[in-house]
Design a protein around this ligand. Structure first.
Ligand code: DON
Length: 301
């Protein structure tokens, strides 16, 4: 039944004319073929159902902010909320405008400014390698797979062109909201964004957030609820309302074209298609998520 739904979603996506455009500001991602698609659904009974290129690694980009947040909450707990808010921003993921108005305190941990603060909190004076090993270790543990790596070429590509993130980090520092050297925090952030995963691995990694049986217990129930709430309200930036309206489930997107979607107690879903819509979220991925929630009736509402 679900196999058929997933197959028909993949078939419908394959026929679409418009695939959106890949992220142009990261040269290594700009050249990826946008006409690719994968979907994996991990169910409460342990079954994994996939269609498309579900074993092809892609750049998880901002989806890494979920894992960094989980790690940072584990390390510094509620102290994080003195440095970042938890309100939707209504602005694009790399926007600067609210940061100036709100004294260098980012609206939430999923916009770039908030994610840079989160990574900075996780770094807390350690060498970047240690913080990255912690994030990668957590991702591997959550997905039950050791075959997950950082693509250094993607990280270097963003390091060369990421002027906006550099501006955000230095601006945060000017407000005393960055503890480490901005270049160390940025280096860590660019590398965490360059983690590559397949949709199968990502769906597996989402099991702890979906509260599925057999998922590794790496996050407290309190944090599971809070991370899901943030994914619902802020996970798609200024497209978060649209995603909630169309899909009705917490989700986190990345400019690599991936989306992690949580159906609490029911399923963990990963979708990938590298072409983006005007919010910088996967165009076909969002369409597929909408089709899936409609066909299955999965929704938190
Ligand atoms: O910092 C950036 O701009 C990228 N490394 C990540 C942004 C991103 O994935 C936005 N999501 N849709």
């Amino acid at each position: 039944m679900l196999e058929k739904i997933i197959e028909s979603i993949a078939a419908e996506i394959r026929q679409q004319d418009d695939w959106g455009e890949t992220a142009q500001y990261i040269p290594e991602l700009a050249t990826v073929d946008p006409k690719q698609f994968a979907i994996s659904v991990c169910l409460a009974d342990g079954r994994m159902i996939s269609a498309g290129s579900a074993t092809k690694p892609f750049s998880i980009q901002s989806i890494s902010k979920v894992f960094a947040l989980v790690a940072a909450l584990g390390r510094v707990g509620n102290q994080l909320w003195s440095r970042t808010g938890r309100e939707p921003s209504g602005t694009s993921f790399d926007s600067m405008v609210l940061l100036e108005r709100e004294n260098g305190r980012p609206r939430n941990p999923f916009i770039n400014a908030g994610a840079i603060v989160t990574t900075d909190a996780l770094l807390c004076g350690r060498p970047p390698k240690q913080a990255l090993a912690e994030i990668l270790g957590l991702v591997r543990q959550m997905s039950g797979s050791n075959g997950i790596f950082i693509n250094d070429a993607v990280a270097a590509s963003e390091q060369r062109t990421g002027s906006r993130n550099k501006a955000l980090a230095y601006y945060l520092q000017s407000h005393g909201n960055l503890v480490n050297d901005p270049d160390l925090t940025l280096g860590t952030y660019f590398h965490q964004c360059a983690i590559e995963m397949t949709t199968e691995q990502l769906a597996m990694a989402g099991r702890s957030l979906a509260g599925l049986e057999g998922a590794p217990r790496v996050i407290s129930l309190k944090h599971v609820r809070r991370v899901n709430a943030l994914m619902m309200t802020c996970g798609h930036y200024n497209g978060s309302g649209d995603f909630a309206f169309r899909v009705g489930l917490p989700g986190k997107s990345g400019v690599g074209g991936g989306i992690l979607i949580i159906a609490p107690k029911v399923a963990s879903i990963a979708i990938w298609s590298p072409g983006l819509n005007h919010y910088g979220n996967s165009y076909a991925g969002t369409r597929a998520a909408e089709m899936l929630s409609k066909a299955t009736n999965w929704s938190v509402f």
